[in-house]
Design a protein around this ligand. Structure first.
Ligand code: ZN
Length: 180
């Protein structure tokens, strides 16, 4: 007896899946490439907008670092802190003005000019407050206010203390907002 063979539907898994699978894979890749292109374009636009600001910030940061080395550089004999200390040791008082340090105690007058100061290089950039020989170590002696790191913000301030250390003061963004 012949059992009629029931026409069976081929199971779903045996459906020729390759073309559909390929289609899905291809559209996934297309979406991925599309997203990638959009990201690259956005990134390019962001770089184009900010690129001119980045080197400017780095050159300002470099000026700040060089200025700090003018004030205090423990690896060098040519810094203002060392020159002031040597002057005070020899004269038992501090100089009346920073230019008195040159040439005996400071080997280059250019160290009295901050790289961020736009004025001519022979101009002394630093504010000097002559301390008493017995003043406390944390007395502020030399100040630089030439470092505007961000537009529309007050400058960063470098302060050289009598004990030879340098204090870097950043502006408080809240202060600059409240001043506007
Ligand atoms: Zn400076």
């Amino acid at each position: 007896m012949n059992v009629p063979i029931q026409p069976t539907n081929p199971p779903e898994s045996q459906e020729p899946s390759t073309p559909a699978g390929r289609r899905t894979g291809t559209s996934c890749a297309l979406v991925f490439v599309g997203v990638l292109v959009i990201l690259v374009v956005l990134l390019g636009a962001m770089i184009a907008v900010t690129a001119h600001k980045i080197p400017r910030f780095f050159s300002k940061a470099k000026s700040l670092a060089v200025c700090q080395m003018h004030l205090q550089d423990s690896n060098s004999e040519s810094d203002i802190a060392g020159a002031l200390a040597r002057y005070a040791k020899w004269n038992h008082k501090y100089p009346d003005k920073l230019t008195d340090l040159y040439p005996t105690f400071l080997n280059s007058k250019s160290l009295l000019h901050c790289p961020a100061d736009p004025r001519p290089e022979n101009v002394v950039s630093y504010e000097y407050m002559k301390p008493d020989i017995n003043a406390p170590g944390d007395t502020v002696v030399v100040v630089c206010r030439h470092h505007v790191m961000m537009p529309d913000q007050p400058p960063w301030v470098l302060k050289l203390l009598k004990n030879g250390s340098v204090v870097r003061e950043m502006p408080n963004p809240a202060d600059s907002r409240s001043k506007k």
